[in-house]
Design a protein around this ligand. Structure first.
Ligand code: UD2
Ligand code: MN
Length: 565
């Protein structure tokens, strides 16, 4: 009976009978297991549980955890949000297809994005101290070229990103928007993209560049910068919505000091619901694996209202959203052209700008929402880990002896081929840049060497991995017992790094209430075991456990009523 149930994907009908009989039994067990799961860092819903969710799983929670006491007052809130939940309702098979294929290709809810359409109002998340008057005729601001590169972006999301820029940027400073299509191959983007853009946007200063092969975001941005004519370049990801008067604080800053890189606060757009919410005020740091991470503002930064205007110096930036003087961008060495696809360039440009006498500052009156996906929905054409290699290049050029800490942390990078870095080393010499010890002492004195971390700083902020930001909501926990027996669905498998081995089959074993028999159902209809592993169908008629990929499909299960029981 159990076998038949597994054979029919999305049909746990027979098992559910067992589950119900078993629920009373598990009730006693639940209390014990709940406690041990929470102790182990799980995030379970409970009316009385006021603990913050496991920061490893929630980006928003992580930022909030890192920045208690530094929150700004809530400005205008969610009232202007549309009833987003309704937009996600699946009415027919087409809707389901759009949602499922959207999660697969883009790692966000494309159905909601489609239903929101090319433009929407979003909450103005700025602090009340931020000026609201439009720029007057007496204020001469530099012109800007917005550069947005994309690879297989969801079309409506891309259109809305561009449209938010057109609608919320003073027309006289928006010189152009440059789209760099990084050799996308999704059919929806291959055909009609340009005509759709023109039809939806009615904007004639849109430049479209298409790479002849996949280059990655780093070389794509360089291409965009070379085509640009505005005085200030503004780089934006292709799944964003800029907020009210987002551009003004950034261009003012760059005008005032042309060696400043001006960064907005990155608000959060949920990949599941598209809810737009305010981010707390934080800065950027990094860990010795050279991953970006959020860090708190220095103590006492936000004492009075005026302080909420910033700017705040930041040792690094997340990388996706920033304004820079076009000439300065060229002078400082653009990006390292030897870096591929994704990753590491944000830390590299941060080291470089600071070490070579520039600065990076966050302007909290400028707000741009970004969809924080739970995973990156694409890979490099050769499947390689480009971040590691890119970071290795950055380490060799900028970190002097400190690169040892990176190599210790990322041992597999030690013998990796990182290509020719001579042009970058020459750039560092030409610009007479400071060494890394200077950066550590003057820009990021809070950064500690491995082994020296105090408990406090170690837990202050996690590694920035937006694609791991999923907060799982568990709605039920159960064992699955074969009716009339004492046999339970179990995974008997060796542990790899503390977790059950991926791809292990499901077997029947005497019910023992052990971790390998306890399944957690999420609000996304996944059935999870041992923290990261999801029940997955494969082939035509088999199930096993595999890493939860959060794309639903072969990891989505539905309880159906069993008419014969
Ligand atoms: C963050 C940055 C991102 C970049 C990255 C490190 C923000 C909001 N985002 O990751 O800008 O600095 O860290 O590299 O700070 N893209 C291409 N070609 C590719 C891959 C990506 O054009 O081969 C585009 C992509 O469509 C998107 C942008 O590059 O518009 C950034 O990629 P992402 O959104 O996957 O990166 P994200 O936000 O996870
Ligand atoms: Mn992004």
């Amino acid at each position: 009976m159990l076998r038949r149930c597994f054979l029919r994907r999305c049909s746990l009908s027979i098992l559910i009978t067992s589950v119900i009989t078993f629920i009373i039994f598990t009730a006693c067990l639940y209390h014990y297991e709940y406690k041990s799961m929470v102790d182990a860092g799980w995030n379970l819903p409970s009316a009385n549980d006021t603990r913050t969710p496991n920061p490893q799983y929630s980006f928003a929670a992580r930022v909030k955890e890192c920045c208690k006491g530094e929150q700004q007052e809530k400005g205008e809130t969610q009232e202007v949000m549309e009833p987003l939940k309704m937009l996600g309702v699946i009415r027919d098979r087409k809707d389901k297809y759009i949602r499922d294929i959207g999660f697969k290709n883009h790692a966000f809810n494309a159905l909601i994005s489609n239903n929101i359409g090319p433009y929407r109002e979003i909450p103005d998340t700025r602090h009340k101290i931020c000026p609201r008057e439009p720029t007057g005729p007496n204020e001469i601001l530099p012109t800007i070229s917005v550069i947005m590169c994309f690879y297989n972006e969801h079309k409506m999301t891309l259109i809305r990103s561009i449209n938010s820029v057109i609608k919320r940027t003073p027309a006289h400073i928006l010189k152009e928007i440059i789209l760099v299509d990084d050799f996308s191959d999704l059919p929806e983007l291959e055909f009609h993209l340009l005509s759709d853009l023109h039809a939806q946007l009615h904007y004639d200063r849109l430049q479209y560049i298409r790479n002849e092969k996949r280059e990655g975001l780093i070389r794509s941005r360089i291409a965009g910068a070379h085509a640009a004519e505005g005085e200030v370049l503004v780089f934006l990801d292709s799944h964003i919505e800029v907020n009210q008067q987002w551009a003004e604080p950034l261009v003012r800053a760059v005008k005032q000091e042309n060696s400043t890189i001006a960064v907005p606060v990155m608000d959060l757009i949920s990949p599941d619901t598209f809810e737009y919410s305010s981010s707390p005020l934080v800065r950027g740091g990094f860990n010795w694996g050279l991953h970006y991470k959020w860090i708190t503002l220095p103590k006492g930064t936000l004492k009075k209202d005026e302080d909420f205007k910033g700017p705040f110096k930041t040792p690094t930036m997340a990388g996706g959203l920033f304004a820079v003087n076009r000439q300065y961008f060229k002078y400082i060495g653009e990006y390292d052209e030897g870096m591929d696809i994704w990753g590491g360039e944000n830390i590299e440009i941060s080291f470089r700008v600071w070490q070579c006498h520039g600065s990076i500052k966050i302007y909290p009156c400028s707000r741009v929402g970004h969809i924080f996906r739970k995973r990156r929905p694409y890979s490099a054409p050769d499947g390689k880990d480009t971040m590691k290699r890119n970071s290795l290049r950055a380490a060799h050029v900028w970190m002097d002896d400190y690169k040892e800490y990176f190599l210790k942390e990322t041992n597999s990078a030690r013998d990796m081929d990182y290509g020719d870095i001579s042009a970058r080393v020459e750039l560092r010499q030409r610009l007479k840049c400071h060494d890394f010890a200077w950066y550590m002492k003057n820009v990021y004195p809070e950064m500690q060497l491995p082994g020296q971390e105090t408990k406090k700083t170690a837990s202050a902020a996690g590694v920035y991995q937006p694609w791991h930001s999923r907060k799982r909501n568990y709605i039920a926990t159960y064992m699955m017992r074969l009716t009339g027996t004492n046999l339970c669905a179990s995974v008997v498998a060796p542990k790899v790094k503390g977790f059950l081995k991926k791809g292990s089959p499901i077997m029947l074993q005497t019910c023992m209430r052990t971790r390998n028999q306890i399944w957690y159902e999420t609000d996304k209809a996944e059935i999870v075991l041992d923290k990261l592993l999801c029940l997955e169908s494969y082939g035509d008629a088999q199930v096993h456990i595999n890493k939860c990929h959060e794309m639903l499909g072969d990891q989505q299960w539905r309880h159906t009523r069993n008419e014969h029981s």
